[in-house]
Structure formats: C-alpha cells, structure tokens
Design a protein around this ligand. Structure first.
Ligand SMILES: [Ca+2]
Ligand SMILES: [Ca+2]
Ligand SMILES: [Ca+2]
Ligand SMILES: [Ca+2]
Length: 511
C-alpha cells in the first residue's frame, strides 16, 4: 500500500517535471563499440543575491548554471523499471553503462545525495506526501551507440531549488570532510516547497530541516548562508552538542550564553563553508545582509551571537585583520566541537569552546585572547566563564553559582528581564553542584524577593555524560519542589521564572 502511494506520487511529480526540464540527446563520438553507455551532465540554475548596502534581493539577472553534484541518476524504461543507477561526480557528470540496445529509456535525476558510509541527504515536498523531487528527461531509444544526455533544472519552472539546496549542503559536508575524512553524515531530509509560506526555516533537532519557500515573501532555497546555518544546527546535534534553548534573537541582543553560541556558530559556519563573510537572507524585496567578519560591534560580549560569529570566523579565516592574527582553518574548530565542546561539564557556550580550543592549540592562547578581547571578552580561563568583567546587570554574574548539597544552606539566584524575556541573558540562572552520597533528595526553589506571583521552574542535568535527568515545571505559585533520586556525580541546574515578570530572587536548596 505504502509502495503504491510512493509510485503515484512519483508519477504526479514526473508529469510536472517532464514538460519543463531541458534535455538533449547527442551521439558520443568515438563510442561505437563496447558496452552501450549513456553519459551526461546534470545541472541546475542558481539565482544569486544582489547586495545593496544592508539590503539583499535575489537578482533575476544573475542566474548561473551550476553542476548537480553527487546526486542519484537512473535510467528508467517504459515500464517504469530502473535499469541502471549511478551518481553524478563533483562536476555533475554521470555515466550509466551496460544498457540494452534499441530500448526506450529516460534519464531521471533525483534531488538526493546518497553514498554508503558517507551521506544520505534528500529534498522532499512536505506538502505532497514527502515526495522526493526529481528531474526527468524524455523517452528516447538507446539505439546502438553510446550517447550523451544532459539535464538542467531551471529556475523559471521552480525545478532548480531542490538542487540548489543540495549543493549548499554538499559544500558544508565537504568542509567537514576536510577536517575528518571518516565522517559519516546521518540521514537528513530537507523539506522544501513553494507551499511552505509560513513554515519558517529551522532544524527540527532530529533529521529534518524545514525550509520556507514563499515565492512572494521569504524563501530560502537560494540563501546558501541560511541553508548552511541550519545545517550547522544539525551538525551540532549529530556530532557535537548544543544546549541552546532556542527562541527569537537578533545580533544586538544580550542572549542566554547557550543560545548565543549556537546561533553564532551557525552564522560563522555559513561564512566558513562558503569562504564568504557576507551572510544574507533574501525575502522578496526586503532581504538583508551582514558581514560575519567586519560588522559594526553593537553590545559585543560573550552573550552576543554577533561576537561569537566574528570570533569563530576570525579563528578560521586567513584574512587576518586587526586583532585577528590567526588562520587556524576548520580542523581545530571541528576538533573542539566533536571533542571538548561535546563533553563539557558546563553548558555549551563561548567559554567551553575557547577553553577547549586552548587545550587543543595551547601555543595560540595569546592570539586567541586577542581575538576575543576585540569583542570585549576578557581572558577565558575555564568552561564556566569565571571572572567576567563585562558591564552587565550585576545579578547576571557570576554565570554559575555553586550549591552545597545536604548542607541545609540555600543558594540565592536572581533572574531579570532587563535584556528581554525567555532566552535572554539572566532569564536563566545556572547552578553547579556535586552529589557525594546517592539517594532521594528534595530540590526546593522558593521565592525570596520580587513582587507579583512567580512561577519558578528548573531543569536538572547530569553532566557526564551530559543528560537532562529531571524537570520541575509545576504551576505552584512562588515555589517549585521535586524529589529526585540522585546518583553520585556532578550536576547543573537551570533555574528560570516562567512568569517573566521582571526581577526576582529564589533560594535554591537540595537536601
Ligand atoms: Ca530568505
Ligand atoms: Ca583569521
Ligand atoms: Ca579575519
Ligand atoms: Ca513552576
């Protein structure tokens, strides 16, 4: 049943594409003997951005033909049977061999990159039964001699977006492979359609990236920096670790340090992969761009996604400018992300990243200090960001407070909404503690100051391996309580006020 539906979907898609793709059949010279082959090139059209100051649009007068790399290509007969399968190479070239003579076949290219123990990424229509996008040639007899059949996915008929999306992802995978050739990328589905009008573009935390395709508003299929940014979140989830709490954010924000790092990483990665620091998002006539290397600093610091993207990009790039005298390339960044950043006992932030980087390249510590100093971040000496000197609200520091379990003594933490709500700096407080004797204990949070009724919540993490082990999210006014059976080890507690009603302090104890 499932199989039948799949075929039907393919046929529907096929009818759409057969009349739009450009294909050509030509005789291959010097191929008169030996097994019958069809060779060819699969291409797609990419619409490039046009930057004008801080605004960016897609330039319909700047459309180039690009090669569709590493995608699946099949020869299909009149009965719908696949009689040969291959993949294109990095130049979009394919070769199907040992084909039968005088047989009517067509060439079909799939918006899918699949190589065993390498990658498995495809573009599907989430509004049409998750149908895989395809590009079909016409039925033509194989004849008696080898021939060439080229296919091109056009921008004008909306056939090219799936192939443009794949090309951006392939570029990102290639960058990772330069750091570690043994990487195997877990399956990933790119969900794109012109019907994704208000879907947003995001990574779902598992194996899907949703891509907005609003042809009259914000579409992202040609916004390669956006595609790579989202793929960066997939990379974090599959190869590193991201403790980001998500939510809305912009470059001038004082953000929760976990969110700041995740977003800064995504933005930096898009510059790193494309070797182009101009990050852009087209949305009809109202798109924008920013320079992830040289943008004017607004409220720089360890809480700023813009600072983090500049730091990561400067660590990588060989355009050494100002405080940036390092050209580390991608490998040390990769090594930190899959190593110390993945296993850090703190939350993932610029503090865990820089501490990890210094452990990997200790000889570069002074140059690293110089790059972060340019973002008003004083020397980072540990994963917890101890000794911060930034001019932020006093209750925001220290970032991590310590708690002594079974002591009967509470640790007081104060949240604020000075910088906004939910995911901004000081909306969430971090508490560290160690459990020396296992057993059931009561986690207690009680409001100690702050007007209006509050809703304190917590999330409990065991840090090695890093695991979310409990949450306290009751609606009880001004307090939160939960009994939890602890094992011995180190823990982090994230305390927040779900009411988001401004400044308040809480006594936190575990006994
Ligand atoms: Ca866009
Ligand atoms: Ca540099
Ligand atoms: Ca630089
Ligand atoms: Ca609560």
């Amino acid at each position: 049943m499932k199989y039948k539906r799949y075929i039907l979907t393919l046929l529907l898609t096929l009818l759409f594409s057969a009349c739009n793709s450009t294909d050509s059949v030509t005789q291959e010279e010097g191929e008169t003997s030996g097994p019958l082959k069809i060779i060819g090139k699969i291409e797609y059209e990419r619409i490039h951005p046009l930057h004008n100051g801080g605004s960016t649009i897609l330039d319909q007068n700047n459309i180039t033909t690009e090669t569709a790399k590493q995608i699946i290509v099949e020869a299909i007969n009149r009965s719908g049977q696949t009689i040969a399968t291959t993949s294109t190479d990095d130049n979009g070239n394919y070769s199907l061999t040992n084909l039968p003579e005088n047989t009517s076949i067509k060439i079909r290219a799939y918006a899918k990159m699949l190589k065993a123990n390498k990658w498995d990424t495809k573009v599907i229509d989430n509004t049409n039964g998750n149908a895989l996008y395809i590009l079909d040639g016409s039925f033509v007899s194989t004849g008696t001699q080898s021939t060439r059949r080229n296919l091109k996915a056009l921008a004008s008929t909306k056939q090219s977006p799936p192939f443009a999306i794949l090309d951006s992802i392939y570029l990102a995978m290639k960058k990772v492979l330069t750091a570690d050739s043994s990487v195997v990328f877990p399956p990933l589905k790119m969900n794109w359609t012109v019907n994704n009008i208000e879907s947003g573009t995001y990574y779902d935390g598992n194996d899907n990236i949703m891509i907005q395709g609003d042809q009259n508003g914000d579409s992202d299929e040609y916004d390669d920096h956006i595609m790579i940014h989202e793929w960066g979140h997939y990379f974090e989830a599959k190869f590193s670790r991201a403790d980001s709490i998500g939510g809305g954010h912009t470059s001038g924000d004082h953000l929760d340090i976990r969110l700041a790092f995740g977003e800064g990483w995504g933005n930096a990665l898009s510059g790193i992969v494309t070797d182009n620091p101009i990050y852009f998002d087209t949305m009809g006539s109202s798109g924008w761009n920013m320079n992830v290397e040289t943008a004017v600093h607004e409220t720089p610091g360890w809480f700023s996604e813009a600072s983090i993207q500049r730091i990561l990009y400067d660590l990588y790039d060989s355009n050494d400018d100002g405080a940036d005298t390092l050209s580390l390339g991608f490998k040390p960044i990769y090594d930190v992300l899959v190593g110390p950043q993945k296993t850090t006992k703190a939350f993932t932030s610029i503090f865990s990243f820089i501490t990890g980087l210094k452990s990997i390249t200790p000889s570069n510590s002074e140059q690293i200090n110089s790059i972060i100093s340019n973002e008003d971040i004083n020397e980072i000496t540990d994963i917890y960001g101890t000794n911060r000197q930034n001019n932020v609200i006093s209750t925001a520091l220290p970032l991590y407070k310590e708690l002594i379990v079974d002591s009967g003594i509470a640790t007081n933490v104060c949240v604020s909404t000075t910088y906004g709500v939910q995911n901004k700096l000081n909306n969430h407080k971090y508490i560290r503690f160690t459990v020396d004797s296992a057993g059931e204990k009561s986690i207690s949070i009680v409001k100690s100051s702050g007007n209006l009724t509050r809703d304190p919540d917590f999330i409990l993490y065991k840090v090695s391996p890093f695991t979310n082990v409990a949450v306290g999210e009751s609606a009880t006014a001004d307090r939160e309580n939960l009994s939890y059976t602890f094992t011995v080890g180190e823990y982090l507690l994230d305390v927040s006020d779900a009411s988001n009603r401004g400044n308040a302090c809480f006594n936190v104890s575990i006994n």
